[in-house]
Design a protein around this ligand. Sequence first.
Ligand code: ADP
Ligand code: MG
Length: 248
Amino acid sequence: MSSPVAEVAVEITGLKKSFGPLDVLKGIDVTVARGEVVCIIGPSGSGKSTLLRCVNLLEEPTDGKIVVNGVELTDPDCDIDAARTRIGMVFQGFNLFSHLSVLNNLTVAQRKVLKRGEKEAQSIALRNLERVGLAEKVNAMPAQLSGGQQQRVAIARALSMDPSVMLFDEPTSALDPELVGDVLGVMRALADEGMTMLVVTHEMQFAREVADRVLFMDGGYVVEEGPAAQVIGDPQHERTQSFLARVL
Ligand code: ADP
Ligand code: MG
């Protein structure tokens, strides 16, 4: 029998983050259930990226507690590197290693961090390239791919580490409009497979269709949260309303 704890993928409690005098996150409480897709929306500078970066400790929280997959990352004794291997992150830019082939982009961390053998790493890489529809690009170099293809490779690379949760920070914002749909399609398929996902996005249609829950952030707080139909379709707070009036 699974414990109730196992149903919680991410638990953020009282999270604060300051850069010098600048208070960016002012007390964030968010719980993400296993298999849940949570989209984070909000104006530029509201702290969305900082929140995601705190979840895998790319930024060190000033205060608060973060538990991912039952491991408290904010415990000083936590082995951060080990915990981080199970947290996939996909950024706005395509952070592929430009000097490595697609295959090697997908195998290098599997071999070095997870200590998988070459054969196993390659077969896992191929399986994940198939998931994102790019098996035929296995030997290509990143520069030979479109931005959308590079982003799908970045997703496949993160999946190859067997993440318990996937963090996406505006994964389609740098793409030409005609390439956005393919990347969102891959993310939608992942959601359908039950992946736990935290997605910062400006794609309101995607949030409406895929998110189990939407958080609206402004000024370092979660101002409003709930089902997408409620937060995007019928926002209650004035700040949510004025943000949506600008982006929709
Ligand atoms: P969002 O992703 O919602 O646009 P960010 O989390 O990137 O917002 O940034 C929130 C605020 O924190 C901004 O004012 C930004 O300038 C500031 N900030 C982010 N990262 C740093 C940093 N490393 N050092 C100083 N200020 C930062
Ligand atoms: Mg950002």
